[in-house]
Design a binder for this molecule. Structure first.
Ligand code: PLP
Length: 399
């Protein structure tokens, strides 16, 4: 049994809400039919599936539930979005370029690198030292690239720093993409439960979501595909049966999707509740300010930029982030050194490097991420343990 009792790694994944588990028991125990079957069992499963689709459509502010395609998670949604956007221009002389940011998630960067083998040129937008990209810079690139550009992909919120695009800037970029015939994909994986999405109003073409980032189960996600202007036929990533309006083959993961639907309702409720959101922001600020006060020379990465309510990424000079993470884990505090997905490579975070941090600074950074389930006691516990462990590690390193 793990000693971890204090969970501050919610950007990696979140606890499944008990109400989500409850909802998932229905298709697991009773309504086990295949939603494509033409009998009562199938109809019951299809009813649950469509009800979850409507809940996800409401969460993201889609015009219609038909704009939601269920997938196995954020990574599959992102790859499906690229297949749709780039598969529909394959073989054409123009539209040979894909543009994205330097601090995007590896799901975006690796997927687009894969498209280079299929003749797509990949260009990266650099970021400012606070992790933001200037909107004028994006608009300038759109003008320069003209008809060569097929796809722009930007993440709404960064998973390591929490740095967030203001809605107005994304709307301006979406309008410019529309005017130029460029498909615009937003990786919104870190947004549900933190900000309102209102995607139809925002004007993006495609947006990716993952249920386990907002108190839903793992292994299920969704791709929002704006009906107006969607490629027809839709180039599928996963060929197979006609499920998901021929946009993603394979029998749907009904229990997972039902869980995602319930999680979407709860995330929408949280975001609409100013007091609940303020509580998470207040806890994050208390944690961040407490650590800055108690740890000499600590700094916030992306501190000057707009950020989601729950994330704090700190440089703690002269402390090895990996050693700190492991020591904290042994003391029961779960944090991360950046993306959980990079934990295996142990390379310094490409996000922090792109923001201009030196390798040593990036390697001395930790990410703390809260959720609506985080308690004041957890924050106070972290404020007791983290400064003490940092002081101990610094003292050892100085010997
Ligand atoms: N995009 C962002 C911004 C993420 O934070 C993540 C997960 O960490 C993903 C994409 C990939 O999502 P999943 O791991 O659910 O496939």
């Amino acid at each position: 049994m793990s000693v971890t009792s204090l969970y501050l790694d919610n950007n990696a994944t979140t606890a499944v809400d008990a109400r989500v588990v409850e909802a998932m028991l229905v298709p697991l125990r009773e309504s086990y039919g295949n939603p494509s079957s033409a009998h009562g069992f199938g109809e019951e499963a299809a009813r649950l599936l469509e009800s979850a689709r409507a809940s996800v459509a409401r969460l993201v502010g889609a015009r219609s539930p038909a704009e939601i395609v269920f997938t196995s998670g954020g990574t599959e949604s992102i790859n499906t979005a690229f297949q749709a956007a780039l598969g529909s221009v394959a073989g054409k002389a123009s539209r040979r370029v894909a543009l994205t940011g330097a601090t995007e998630h590896s799901a975006v960067l690796r997927a687009l690198e894969g498209w280079q083998e299929r003749g797509i040129e990949l260009l990266l937008l650099p970021v400012e030292p606070d992790g933001t990209i200037r909107v004028e810079h994006v608009l300038e690139r759109l003008t320069q690239l003209g008809d060569d550009l097929a796809l722009l992909s930007l993440h709404w919120a960064n998973n390591e720093t929490g740095v967030l695009w203001p809605r107005a800037a994304l709307a301006e970029i979406a309008a410019a993409c529309r005017a130029r015939g460029v498909r615009f994909h937003v990786d919104a994986v870190q947004v549900p439960g933190k900000e309102e999405l209102r995607l139809d109003e925002l004007g993006v073409d495609l947006a990716s979501l993952s249920a386990h980032k907002f108190h839903g189960p793992k292994g299920v996600g969704a791709l929002y595909v704006r009906a107006a202007g969607a490629p027809e036929p839709f180039p599928r990533l996963i060929a197979g049966g006609p499920q998901e309006r021929e946009r993603r083959g394979g029998t749907q993961n009904v229990p997972g999707i039902v869980g995602m639907g319930r999680a979407a309702e709860l995330a929408a409720q949280h975001v609409a509740d100013d007091e609940a959101r303020g509580r998470v922001r207040g806890l994050r600020d208390r944690l961040e300010e407490g650590l800055l006060d108690a740890i000499p020379r600590a700094r916030v990465n992306g501190g000057g930029a707009p950020r989601v309510d729950n994330t704090s990424n700190l440089v703690l000079p002269d402390v090895d982030g990996e050693l700190l993470l492991m020591t904290l884990a042994a003391e029961g505090v779960a944090v991360s050194t950046g993306s959980a997905c990079n934990a295996e490579t142990r390379a310094p975070s490409h996000v922090l490097r792109a923001m201009g941090l030196a390798d040593e600074e990036a390697a001395s950074s930790i990410r703390l991420s809260l959720s609506r389930m985080t308690t004041a006691a957890e924050v106070e516990g972290a404020l007791e343990v983290i400064p003490r462990v940092v002081a101990e590690l610094r003292a050892l390193a100085a010997v």
